[in-house]
Design a binder for this molecule. Structure first.
Ligand SMILES: [Zn+2]
Length: 72
C-alpha cells in the first residue's frame, strides 16, 4: 500500500509525495513540506529524499518505470 502524504502545493494527498525544503520568508529556516512528483516538476522543487524507487521495498511489483529526464 502506497503511503499517502499531503502535497502542500496542489492541496491533496498523493502517494508519490516526498519531503522538500522550502525557503519561505526571508527570516528563519526553510520549512519542510511534502510535494508530489507533478508539483515537484511544475514548481522545480528539490526533494530531500531519493526518488528513484530503489528504497521502496514494497513488494517489487513495479511495472511502471518512471525514467523521466531530470529537471535541473
Ligand atoms: Zn502536488
Amino acid at each position: 500500500m502506497a503511503e499517502l502524504r499531503w502535497c502542500s502545493w496542489h492541496q491533496q494527498h498523493a502517494d508519490d509525495a516526498v519531503l522538500v525544503a522550502v525557503a519561505e520568508v526571508g527570516s528563519g529556516p526553510g520549512i519542510m513540506r511534502y510535494a508530489c512528483r507533478r508539483c515537484r516538476v511544475v514548481f522545480a522543487l528539490v526533494p530531500l529524499e531519493p526518488d528513484d524507487g530503489r528504497d521502496r521495498g514494497d513488494g517489487g511489483c513495479d511495472d511502471s518505470a518512471t525514467n523521466e529526464p531530470r529537471h535541473s
